[in-house]
Design a protein around this ligand. Sequence first.
Ligand SMILES: [Zn+2]
Length: 462
Amino acid sequence: MKLQICGAAQTVTGSCHFITLDNGYKILLDCGLYQGHEDELEDFNSRWLFKPSDIDVLVLSHAHIDHCGRIPKLVKDGFRGQIICTSATRDLSSIMLLDSAHIQESDAKHNSKRQHKNIKPLYTEKDSKICLRYFTSIEYDIWHPINEFVKVQFLDAGHILGSATVTLKITENNKETVFGFSGDVGRYNRPVLKDPVQMPALDYLICESTYGGKKHEETPESDEKFLQIIKDTILTKKGKLIIPAFSIGRTQEILYRLDKLYTEGRLENIKVFVDSPLAINATDVFIMHPECFDEEMHQFLMTDDNPFGWKNMKYVKTVEESKALNESNQPCMIIAGSGMANAGRVKHHIFHQVDQDKNTILIVGYCADGTIGQRLIQKPETIKIFGIEKKVAAQIEVMSSMSAHADEPELLQFVSNQDKEKLKSIFLVHGELKRQEAFKTALQNNNFKKIIIPELGDEFEL
Ligand SMILES: [Zn+2]
């Protein structure tokens, strides 16, 4: 069989890998949107390295847009197979893809106006609705036969609700190959979700490497840090604390943390706004999938039936309300998407607040190169947003402990059960080159053998 890396090669977005069996059967793993440098977006997202109508089946690891965001285009361009994922991934994908279509359409409108030409969106709301027909869900842990020679198993990846690692058992020429795709690996001992489950013994592994060479802060320490930032910004300086957060996963984790701190009497009665219609829908999906919760969360649910909300926490639905929040002077916390601050309502909040020293912008997730989040982490003197140069007077804070991605020790723990003799190659994807090289060294130090850092489009005969 043959493997081609069609995305997330030496970068963290656009996850997509393509397997062709000897008999011609074609499997796609993920079909994500590229979200990095603006000048490369259109080129990557609008063209395929394969013919969509040739693909027989798509196996989806989780509902983050950099893993599922090109599915509506895939179907629009001819794919007619099944899209196999967990049921929580299916529910989350349905709201994610409609939201993504909405963004594609409004971006296209905006760019058409700016460039005085008719720019078509990558896909529309209608395309997103159509692609949802092809989704089919299977449970965690079971071996599901895709056909007579391929079986798939999802194991909990502990990354976001519904996230899974993908293991394929492929029988070709009377020989069985166990092929693994890590998807995005989550964290151990984290609130809300279960821990990542180790994969069975593999012959080949495509492994994410987002935080190669990095170690996250411990959680208890960061609870203190979080409370201190809240106190300094909102109570002392009477400013706004702005937190760019993915609407799915990160937002619910922050809300759960705040809800818990509030219940324990450690959080003052401050105003918290969740400025994201997508987060409202996502929170509903969370509540519908308790099968994904860990023991701690089940315990907490015994005492608090809404673990993502409390008095003084308010969801902001309409654009008008969001705009009013932009202009208001009241000290508060605002949690809004997108997570890398490159789009969405949080971009407007940062635009309005970044030039005042009473405010704080708190980065809690991974920000790819070139994004506003990443540029803020560098603490520049000024930053260009919506084409206007703004002074950066607000305090910039980073809390990596909230990351939904395993750090290097956790990635090593995740692969520690693998049989190093059986495992023929590890392909590192979903990481900037520097992180991948660091993780490659760490794997080699742990006696893993052939470790490959592929480039976009690279093909391998397995
Ligand atoms: Zn992810």
